[in-house]
Design a protein around this ligand. Structure first.
Ligand code: UD1
Length: 361
């Protein structure tokens, strides 16, 4: 059996890692990895392959940055050629980025079956580019690997055939469990000189937060205020860095520890020691929930409601004073949250579904 996995952006790589390992344990699978090149910097891409001990991608489509249309179209056009040449039995796509929807569309038009890893998440916010990617990818896919019960319910309510939906659990948590010992050993907070203090980690990159000047200004103001009380560590995504420069906000971040994007192991090490995390990332909401670290999610909604109902996350508006108050009030119980099938075995279940025709409902 030949399976092509298509990945393109940072959050895809940690989802690929456990699936690649589970497929490698099946001798009969020829697993080929195609990187679209949506993310291309060492710190946004290569370092994840190194740290997660993954084989380098067999193909790189080098699509790079661009508008949504340009980026999506480039993946469609270039992936079609590779998919046609390799004639796989399955194309696996991951998450909700532009590369995900483009690769799924190219594959189905060639008559190749598509499996979506992390299917069924819905924010119901159509102003998010990722929401379109999720909905379209799910409705193109033949097999839908859901990370949580709410995702299963979403897919059923949209009329996706029940047999196509497999509740396998969360592959992101597989990776988190795998790297946790190395993350603890990395002692990243110690190396940054903040281990013995309460500190706050901030990650922001959603267009709604960083592309709008006034919103980003509020978030910068909140970080500066918080940094007068305890260390604030802010690894900056390239999109956010560009906005900080355009809006002349970088120089206002006085007192905040502004860093380049961190490698995965260091990021987990830092999150694991944090008093509070402030984020707009999907993956970080899940990681903090698993680790039991309070997470203030700067968004009006989330496609991961289980992190609100069973986890440590709370939604907050991008308003400086309110954010500062909520961070002050966040209580770190350091109690791990237990969520069904977030157990380190999701990728193994995926391999069982595809290779052994098992079913998980
Ligand atoms: C993308 C995903 C988002 C995901 C995020 C994780 C879509 C629609 N969005 O958003 O779901 O949460 O990745 O990081 O697919 N850039 C670099 N170097 C890189 C990558 C990007 O400099 O390696 C810069 C480019 O200037 C680019 C900008 O970052 O224009 C944004 O990159 P892009 O891939 O378009 O979207 P993200 O905001 O990263």
């Amino acid at each position: 059996m030949r399976i092509l996995s298509v990945v393109g952006a940072r959050p895809n790589f940690m989802k690929l890692a456990p699936v690649a390992r589970a497929l490698a344990r099946r001798g009969a699978v020829d697993h080929v990895v195609v990187h679209t090149g949506q993310h291309y910097d060492e710190s946004m891409s290569d370092v994840f392959f190194t740290q997660l001990a993954m084989q380098r991608p067999h193909y790189n489509l080098n699509v790079g940055s661009g508008t949504h249309g340009k980026q999506t179209a480039a993946v469609l056009e270039r992936f079609e050629v590779v998919c046609n040449d390799l004639a796989p039995d399955w194309v696996f796509v991951y998450g909700d980025v532009n590369s995900t929807v483009a690769a799924a569309l190219a594959a189905v038009k060639l008559g190749v079956k598509v499996a979506h890893v992390e299917a069924g998440l819905r924010s119901r916010d159509r102003t998010m580019p990722e929401e379109h990617n999720r909905v379209v990818t799910d409705h193109l896919s033949d097999l839908l690997f859901a990370p949580s019960r709410d995702a299963v319910d979403n897919l059923r309510s949209e009329g996706i055939p029940v047999d196509a939906i497999q509740f396998v659990g969360n592959v992101m948590i597989d990776t988190l469990i795998e790297v946790l010992p190395s993350a603890k050993a990395a002692r990243t907070p110690e190396r940054m000189g903040i281990a013995k203090t309460d500190y706050v980690v901030v990650t922001l990159h959603r267009p709604a937060n960083v592309d709008a000047r006034e919103t980003f200004r509020q978030l910068v103001k909140a970080m500066v205020t918080m940094s007068r009380e305890r260390p604030v560590v802010f690894p900056v995504h390239p999109r956010s860095r560009a906005s900080l420069e355009t809006y002349s906000l970088m120089e206002q971040l006085d007192g905040v520890m502004v860093l380049e994007p961190l490698p995965y192991v260091d990021m987990i090490s830092l999150i694991n020691g944090a008093a509070v995390v402030v984020t707009d990332s999907g993956g970080v909401q899940e990681e903090t929930t698993y680790l039991g670290i309070p997470c203030l999610t700067v968004r009006p909604n989330t496609e991961r409601p289980v992190t609100l109902t069973h986890g440590t996350s709370q939604l907050v508006p991008p308003v400086a004073d309110e954010l500062v108050e909520r961070v002050r009030g966040a209580h770190n119980a350091r109690r791990r949250c237990v969520i069904e099938r977030w157990d380190g075995l999701a990728a193994e279940r995926i391999a069982q579904v595809v290779c052994e025709e098992r079913s998980f409902d």
